[in-house]
Design a protein. Structure first.
Length: 255
């Protein structure tokens, strides 16, 4: 019987080992991004913008043209690229420290202007690269190096912010739902307008070991347990949604 290949590396992903911690799910999302690029056949016309953070070396793994932006400024770099070359597909790949903290102003104004770019927001709720400090999306009660007694401030909901600021497509999934991630990234790239796809991920190295989630599988199982679809969440009371992650398409409109 002839051999049939059923699984292979996406053409838009380079054949190298990553620098990420074992069990980190950046690699999963990188692959999903590459699969979408291959499916849409846009490798030669795609430009990505890498962040400052753990994914700072993303340009080594995605085989397209890439920029490296200053901390939090990826949407500004992507805006310049897309305005000069509107024929290109332009995306940013940013963590919660890069996007929700130092880059919060960039995301708001890019959404308000309606820039035709896609933001892939990797939310692991911690500053992973710099030592496990609290980020704007760290949940209440979680422990971090800068919150040894637990976080007391509510986490920042970037999906709601982006939708209110003018984004035309906003969606969220966790790494426990890779099919949804791929679907949302594809739709975000095809959308005409400003798109945000939030991917809830984990950092077992910095967040997990301080919050009884030290094994990667513990984090994946937690995402499965606390994920609630938007349709179901819309019928739930606020107190019932405490500790839950709402997944699905939050906004899909024309502007």
């Amino acid at each position: 019987m002839p051999e049939v290949k059923i699984f292979e590396r996406p053409k838009s992903m380079t054949d190298v080992s990553t620098h990420y911690c074992p069990g980190c799910t950046h690699g999963i999302v990188h692959r999903l991004v590459a699969e979408v690029i291959d499916e849409l056949k846009i490798q030669e016309k795609t430009v990505g913008v890498a962040p400052v953070g753990c994914a700072v070396l993303m340009y080594n793994y995605i085989n397209t043209d890439m920029y490296e932006a200053a901390h939090g400024r990826a949407p500004a770099v992507a805006t310049g690229c897309k305005r000069v070359r509107p024929d290109l597909t332009v995306f940013t790949y940013q963590g919660d420290g890069d996007l929700a903290s130092i880059g919060a102003a960039e995301i708001v104004h890019a959404a308000n202007r309606g820039e035709n770019i896609t933001v892939i927001f990797i939310n692991n709720a911690i500053y992973g690269m710099t030592g496990g400090q609290v980020s704007p999306t760290t949940p209440i009660g979680a422990y971090a190096t800068t919150a040894p007694y637990g976080v007391i401030d509510p986490p920042f909901d970037l999906c709601n912010l982006a939708a209110a600021a003018g984004a035309t497509y906003v969606a969220r999934a966790t790494v426990a739902q890779p099919q949804l991630i791929e679907q949302y990234i594809k739709k975000g790239i095809q959308n005409k307008g400003f798109s945000v796809v939030e991917v809830m991920t984990h950092c077992h190295t910095q967040f997990g070991r301080r919050n009884k989630l030290a094994r990667p599988i513990d984090n994946i199982n937690r995402f499965k347990q606390v994920s609630v679809t938007k349709t179901k969440a819309d019928a739930m009371k606020p107190e019932e949604l405490e500790g839950k992650i709402v997944i699905g398409e939050m906004m899909d409109r024309e502007r």
